[in-house]
Design a protein around this ligand. Sequence first.
Ligand code: UDP
Ligand code: MG
Length: 139
Amino acid sequence: MPERTLAIIKPDAVAAGVVGEIIAQIQQAGFRIRAMKLVRLSAEQAGAFYAVHRERPFYAELVRFMSSGPVVPMVLEKDNAVADFRALIGATDPAEAAEGTIRKRFGRSKGENAIHGSDSPENARVEIAFFFAESELVG
Ligand code: UDP
Ligand code: MG
């Protein structure tokens, strides 16, 4: 049974018009898109999604940024999806991300880093359920 992960193309990348390029890179890397949508998060929703970072100094700015414009959440499926997707997106800070990774190509800063990827299969399940009903996994 292939693994699932949650990706979110963040507001900076949507605004920059690079959604298509990012999706192309994800599909070329062998991920199957099971579900995808364009949504605008409220500050409350963005805060809930990143609740684990509530006490961090960057939390308020993260919530402001993630609710600043539309995002593209998607459910991706592949063997070893969580770890392989983290490798595809690269380090949190685009300046430290490996050449060719999505964050290296499209990220602007440690905060505005183009894309999110779940960090464990357990968190992937929780994050997928945040955005999608099981019936929306149509791909
Ligand atoms: N972030 C930030 N400043 C930091 C660390 C993180 O603005 O010093 C933002 C950034 O958008 C990051 C998100 O908070 O993607 C979640 O942080 P995390 O440490 O979970 O990084 P990720 O798992 O996204 O690589
Ligand atoms: Mg994280």
